[in-house]
Design a protein around this ligand. Structure first.
Ligand code: C2O
Ligand code: CU
Length: 575
């Protein structure tokens, strides 16, 4: 007895000293941000957008794995609320800091402040963005980069790095866009005017001319839209961190004469593989290694083009500038051209090559529950919507996290949404009964259980149209265990990859295809799972997962000051 309690004491003091060591190495990083409207000219055209501390894109957060991020966010938008979501960060133990309006918290009112405090557990390339209405598309985003903890190393070497945050840009305001999408007849937002790299692009003006001094044909001399230059030394290896926060566009990135080696996807190491170009969907991030082994007397184009929709937007260009060449020396070879927009085989072969790095954690070999989600475009009373198993997501006024934690009745629609869709449904044709319903109901998942989700794509409202949808899960990484064309079938389970499926937080479904993911519901909270295309989410393309909410700690009051929890706070009825 005495010996066992002594050894227990020794073991626990060991654990404590390990914890202390970890604690002394990790830091809390403080940021004080004000979200406000600013004038900027990201593509040489002036527009009002939503920036942070007067900047667009917002300031880059740089931290080390294990650090705590503390952002004191003040809303200085005069007439609208705001929240910020930390895309790819699990928020383990801090689900109220996930930054999703109506889900994890109440929107922060004008002149109010909310503190986001959370830990970044894992090195990788992440970003943050608005998650209320369509504020992301108004420019409310920035990079969040987590380096390996002190004493830890990434499993690849590089001499320098560049960060490329990709987005698409519309001249129409998000208010205009939002009203159009919710109007009868429906008004679609169309294709973006410009693609941006780190918040900069050139609309309707020749980049070549912009680069050559004295022959600037662009309408403005604004630095806001100066082309991005990657200054490199010959015979070095650079890590390019690439993330996409586009509103609509799927993108392809290539560098003239150079190959790239993919090493990271969504903050997880992948088995390195070499490519000429990469496809990147909204919500995804990658790291690629670029070796500057080409003729150093020349510069080269980095080009980004649109995939999956007939492009009406010019490619975005940046210059890979070999030192000591002048950055305005035009590359001798023309910019790489993206594959045909509808060459889905090209996209699929890229996606299928992404596999977990050797030694990565393997998924549980079986699942406790399977949820099949049919993605369709529908009508509700003549309004155009996206639906999942015939339900279009309508967010409730009281955020789920608070209403579930305090078991409030009638805060959102009762009942479990369907786990499947009728076997008679033909995914290759437009819906025969296009009418769907709206709901705020949620999938409640048993804590610590393993869930398979099959995302099933289908034909949209128009004949012969099926679109790409990048699905993003909050609060988790998931394993991508399979892809297929056509309708998912029970026998497809046998060919799931359970050996080396990649861990990700975003995955695409290809037109008329399905994608299968597996995750462990081990993070107490309420989590959005949705298409990352901003107008699609606005049109209802998402679902809500809730797990272990009874284990959620004390939710900060500021997250609860609206709807039913707000009333209860007012009357002192919340613990
Ligand atoms: Cu980056 Cu819910 O999204
Ligand atoms: Cu979508």
């Amino acid at each position: 007895m005495a010996t066992s309690s002594l050894s227990l004491l020794l073991i626990s003091s060991c654990i404590i000293s390990v914890l202390l060591q970890a604690a002394s190495a990790s830091k809390t990083r403080h940021f004080k941000w004000e979200v406000g409207y600013i004038y900027a000219s990201p593509d040489c055209n002036e527009k009002i957008l939503i920036g942070i501390n007067g900047q667009f894109p917002g300031p880059t957060i740089r931290a080390k794995a294990g650090d705590t991020i503390h952002v004191e966010l003040k809303n200085t938008l005069h007439t609208e609320g705001v929240v910020i979501h930390w895309h790819g960060i699990r928020q383990f133990g801090t689900p109220w800091a996930d930054g999703t309006a109506s889900i994890s918290q109440c929107a922060i009112d004008p002149e109010e402040t909310f503190v986001y405090r959370f830990r970044v557990e894992k090195a990788g390339t992440y970003f943050y963005h608005g998650h209320y209405g369509m504020q992301r598309a108004a420019g409310l985003y920035g990079s969040l980069i987590v380096d390996a903890a002190d004493g830890e190393a990434e499993p690849f070497r590089y001499d320098g790095e560049f960060n490329l945050l990709l987005s698409d840009w519309y001249h129409q305001s998000i208010y205009d866009q939002t009203v159009g999408l919710s109007s009868k007849p429906f008004r679609w937002i169309g294709e973006p005017q410009t693609l941006l790299i780190n918040g900069r692009g050139q609309y309707n003006c020749s980049l070549a001319a912009h680069l050559i001094e004295g022959s600037n044909t662009c309408e403005t001399t604004s630095k806001d839209c100066a082309p991005v230059v990657l200054r490199v030394l010959p015979n070095k290896t650079y890590r390019l961190r690439i993330a996409s926060t586009t509103s609509l566009s799927s993108l392809n990135l290539a560098i003239g004469n150079h190959k790239m080696v993919v090493v990271e996807a969504d903050g997880n190491h992948v088995e390195p593989f070499m490519v000429d170009d990469i496809d990147i969907y909204s919500g995804e991030s990658y790291s690629v290694l670029l070796t500057t082994d080409q003729n150093p007397s020349s510069n080269y184009w980095l080009s980004i083009g649109v995939r999956g929709r007939k492009p009406k937007t010019s490619p975005a260009l940046a210059i890979v500038n070999y030192s000591p060449n002048s950055p305005s020396k035009l590359p001798e070879s023309s910019p790489p051209i993206a594959p045909e927009w509808n060459d889905y085989n090209h996209s699929k072969s890229f996606s299928y090559r992404i596999l977990a790095r050797r030694g990565a954690p393997k998924p549980p070999q079986s699942a406790d529950r399977r949820i099949v989600l049919l993605n369709t475009q529908n009508k509700i009373d003549g309004y155009t919507k996206w639906s999942i198993n015939n339900i279009s997501l309508a967010l409730p006024p009281t955020p789920y996290l608070g209403s579930m934690r305090y078991r409030l009745k009638n805060a959102f629609d009762a009942g479990t949404p369907p786990e499947n869709f009728p076997s008679s449904y033909d995914v290759m044709r437009p819906p025969t009964n296009p009418n769907s319903t709206q709901s705020s109901n949620a999938y409640v998942i048993r804590f610590n259980s393993t869930v398979d989700v099959i995302l099933q794509n289908a034909n949209a409202l128009a004949v012969n149209v099926s679109e790409i949808h990048p699905w993003h899960l909050h609060g988790h990484d998931f394993w991508v265990v399979g892809y297929g064309d056509g309708r998912f079938d029970e026998k497809d389970v046998a060919r799931f990859n359970l050996k080396n499926p990649p861990l990700r937080n975003t995955v695409v479904i290809f037109p008329y295809g399905w994608t299968a993911i597996r995750f462990v519901a081990d993070n107490p909270g309420v989590w959005a799972f949705h298409c990352h295309i901003e107008p699609h989410l606005h049109m209802g393309m998402g679902v809500i997962f809730a797990e272990g909410v009874e284990h959620v700690g004390k939710i900060p009051k500021e997250a609860l000051v609206c709807g039913m929890t707000g009333k209860m706070l007012m009357h002192n009825h919340l613990p």
